[in-house]
Design a protein around this ligand. Structure first.
Ligand SMILES: Cc1cc2nc3c(=O)[nH]c(=O)nc-3n(C[C@H](O)[C@H](O)[C@H](O)COP(=O)(O)OP(=O)(O)OC[C@H]3O[C@@H](n4cnc5c(N)ncnc54)[C@H](O)[C@@H]3O)c2cc1C
Length: 413
């Protein structure tokens, strides 16, 4: 490929793909950029989907960049274009439409896909997962005619969807297999506070509940069976987790673990191919383990870093931080690192009726933080954790209301 054949190709128009495309255009004003997505329409925020279901946001408000705005940036933005294969040997991708696109540098930013367990009745009418705007629209339309919904999975997406359906007036039951809600973000104590708020909002929560299957009548879901109990409903949302859409990379012979494995420059095992966002498997900054962070801020950061390296600047990704900052049922929550801790860790908890604050320390360094209800000083503690700043002594020296100034005498520079 001669110098004039330089072209950037991006598969996926989510947070990672768009962050990469806009950074590429900023860094390189002339090389053609093509973006392929199987979705229709512009770039939108998936985080807003529950608010659209609730009716709090109009559908159009989720759009962050329209196709016209992307075209104005000089991005050849192609919707309805599903990539079927990546061919590293010829530096081309082939689409289901039969069209082929060449690249000199390719970014795979194909994101996640919700997991759909093989339960009886899973394909019935009225059963949904939530990842796209059309899915949110379908759930909204179904909710108009429904009295009762069951949400399977009490992770972030499940709980936000449950609250949205409840806001619309449906009777909502959340079913969770683990002993408490938000098992990836909270410990048992914090989960009890959030569960109480959800109950106050009128949502029933069933934990340690295993789904056996869905009963179907005339093609439409009518019950969910758990632990020998039948939950009547006409709408089911399955939110039991997501998995990276790494099939294209796998078929192309790239190294894939849980996601597409990349080095710190977001480069895959194939030359000239990069990956970023929910589809990429990166290193955790604290544990050094390979992880798929699957959060919006990490997707944006990785997309930008990929762009720098595609252009030829060597810019490393400094590792993923397990961090979630959300509000559930009016309760602000910040959860970062390991919020449970191991037996050898020092754990400090402050709890009041409405707040729960916890710091997990390992040998003078912050390993995890969980702030709920009162999230003041979140930035300070997360910073200490991210930088692995060592504090003198093994104890967390502070009260729940510490300030950074209180910390200074303990910081080992
Ligand atoms: C309801 C909901 C709430 C959420 N709340 C939060 C939150 O509070 N905080 C947070 O950090 N994260 C949240 N997330 C997760 C966040 O949205 C994702 O981490 C983020 O969207 C990942 O961006 P991405 O670009 O990696 O992938 P995606 O957003 O999944 O985008 C990938 C794109 O690639 C396209 N694509 C895939 N395969 C192909 C192919 N073969 N050909 C063409 N196109 C293809 C897909 O159609 C998709 O448009 C939430 C997600 C949902 C659904």
């Amino acid at each position: 490929m001669s110098g004039g054949d330089k072209m950037y190709l991006i598969i996926g128009n989510g947070a990672a793909g768009i962050a990469a495309a806009t950074a590429l255009r900023r860094l390189d004003k002339t090389t053609p950029i093509t973006m392929l997505t199987r979705e229709l329409g512009g770039f939108y925020s998936r985080i807003d989907l529950p608010d659209i279901i609730a009716g709090k946001l109009p559908r159009a408000a989720a759009e962050i960049k329209s196709p016209a705005a992307l075209a104005q940036l000089g991005i050849d933005y192609r919707t309805g274009e599903e990539v079927a294969a990546v061919c590293p040997a010829t530096r081309t991708v082939v689409c289901a439409s039969g069209r082929r696109y060449r690249y000199s540098k390719l970014l795979i930013a194909t994101g996640s896909q919700p997991v759909k367990p093989a339960w009886p009745g899973i394909d019935a009418e009225g059963v949904y997962t939530l990842w796209t705007l059309p899915q949110a629209a379908a759930i909204t339309a179904d909710a108009e005619a429904s009295q009762a919904a069951v949400v399977i999975g009490a992770g972030l997406i499940g709980l936000k969807t449950a609250l949205a359906l409840r806001y619309r007036g449906l009777k909502v039951t959340v079913v969770e297999q683990q002993p408490h809600i938000l098992p990836r973000q909270l410990d048992g104590g914090a989960a009890t506070i959030v569960a109480r708020a959800l109950k106050d909002a009128g949502i029933e929560i069933l934990t340690e509940a295993t789904v056996k299957g869905l009963a179907v009548e005339d093609g439409k879901v009518c019950q969910v069976e758990i632990n020998g109990k039948l939950l009547e409903c006409s709408l089911v949302v399955i939110a039991v987790g997501v998995r990276p859409q790494a099939e294209l990379a796998e078929a192309a012979g790239l190294k894939v673990g849980r996601g597409i494995q990349v080095d710190k420059y977001m480069q895959t095992s194939a030359p000239e191919i990069y990956a970023a966002g929910d589809v990429a498997e990166v290193y955790d900054r604290l544990t050094g383990q390979r992880v798929v962070p699957a959060t919006w801020p990490m997707a944006v950061e990785q997309g930008e870093i990929a762009a720098y390296n595609m252009v030829g600047w060597r810019r490393p990704f400094t590792g993923s931080i397990n961090l979630n900052s959300v509000e559930i049922a009016g309760i602000p929550i910040v959860s970062a690192g390991d919020v449970n801790g191991a037996l050898t860790d020092d754990v400090y908890i402050w709890q009041t009726d409405h707040a729960y604050r916890k710091v997990v320390m390992h040998r003078g360094k912050v390993k995890g933080v969980l702030l709920l209800g009162d999230i003041r000083q979140a930035g300070v503690v997360i910073n200490l954790m991210a930088k692995q700043t060592e504090l003198a002594g093994r104890t967390w020296p502070l009260t729940a209301n510490f300030s950074y100034a209180d910390l200074l005498p303990r910081i080992i520079f």
